[in-house]
Ligand binder design. Structure first.
Ligand code: TXA
Ligand code: MG
Length: 319
């Protein structure tokens, strides 16, 4: 294409592009998504091309209406119904056995499909207007940090997509929690914007897959993910400031930068604020001319699990 994408709030324009198989970036409460008609394999292929995403990494299908679950999935277990009644629209993706209507390219050949109803009002209106499901990964080049503003999308993919629907900064700031209902017992495949305690309250006991050992069921959850162009080291920030080579480090701290230059996720230690700021802070540091980011984990509870997962995936082994 080579032309910069337009940015705006014209849902009708976005709908027309999607109907004819084009790409639109759309806001969600978690991160911006790069959307195409999920029922049109050619349109879906152009998502993989625009992102340089390997074809083995399946996409989440986004719907605007509960009735659409039956169009994409062959089974909708009661536990999944209860969970989605409570938390959709919201930062929750469920993995179900798929129907043949969903092209193999969407699911990377898996017999399951990830489904989610996002909470952003503009995008919900768009999805309800078009009536077909859209496949949408996060709107970043493969492996890089996810976008939480329209400008983030424009900076990196602006010349590869037709239109960016601008919904302002994302509320939640980390991707959806993925829960699989494709086997007997529900399994959490990715920590995200819906906390595990809220899921347990509805469906009871769930397995939680440790990020390091669930390659087979979620081939896209690679450890090399969310990486900025400069290295991120994870540990004790003041200690790392003494040992990491180089003299131009930036801190990425939870409540403080320990007197270094850098970014604070939440001065008051509020986990929602920290999640909301995470990716934008990493992007600013990446563009700030530093040689490395020294980051620390946040308390490993609630949304902190999703934040720590993203920080871990962004990080490199200590030099
Ligand atoms: O919050 C979100 O989930 C955002 C917004 C745009 O909705 N989307 C998002 O998509 O994070 P993406 O493609 O960046 O990450 C989706 C992950 C993939 O890495 C893939 O491993 C997993 O979801 N996934 C998709 N379909 C799956 C399936 N059938 N089984 C297991 N994992 C699946
Ligand atoms: Mg992603």
């Amino acid at each position: 294409m080579g032309v910069k994408a337009e940015i705006g709030i014209d849902i009708n324009f976005a709908a027309d592009i999607l109907r004819r198989g084009g790409l639109v970036a759309m806001p969600t409460e978690t991160v911006y998504g790069l959307a195409a008609n999920a029922l049109n394999p050619r349109a879906v292929i152009s998502i993989f091309e625009a992102k340089n995403r390997p074809a083995f990494d399946p996409l989440i299908v986004h719907i605007g209406d509960l009735e659409q679950v039956a169009e994409v999935a062959s089974e909708y277990p009661v536990a999944a119904q209860k969970l989605t009644e409570q938390y959709w629209p919201g930062p929750l993706t469920i993995v179900l056995k798929k129907r043949d209507t969903i092209p193999d390219i969407v699911t990377s050949g898996l017999q399951t499909v990830g489904v989610r109803m996002p909470r952003h009002p503009l995008t919900l209106r768009l999805l309800r207007k078009i009536g077909f499901p859209v496949a949408a990964p996060s709107a970043n080049p493969f492996g890089y940090v996810s976008p939480t503003t329209a400008e983030h999308v424009a900076d990196q993919l602006g010349d590869r997509i037709e239109y960016i629907l601008d919904g302002g900064p994302c509320d939640v700031g980390v991707e959806s929690t993925i829960v699989s209902f494709a086997e007997e017992k529900p399994r959490i495949l990715r920590a995200g914007g819906l906390i595990i305690e809220d899921i347990r309250n509805i469906v009871g006991d769930v397995d939680v897959v440790d990020g390091s050992d669930f390659m087979p069921s979620a081939p896209g959850m690679l450890s090399e993910h969310y990486k900025p162009t400069i290295p991120v080291y994870l540990g004790d920030i003041p200690a790392m400031a003494k040992t990491v080579p180089g003299d131009n480090h930036a801190a990425l701290g939870f409540k403080s930068t320990y007197g270094l230059k850098g970014e604070v996720l939440s001065p008051e230690g509020d986990m929602h604020e920290a999640a909301k700021n995470l990716f934008a802070a990493i992007r600013r540091l990446d563009a700030g001319g530093y040689d490395a980011i020294l980051a620390e984990k946040v308390p490993d509870e609630g949304l902190g699990k999703a934040i720590n997962d993203r920080l871990t995936r962004a990080s490199s082994p200590m030099p």
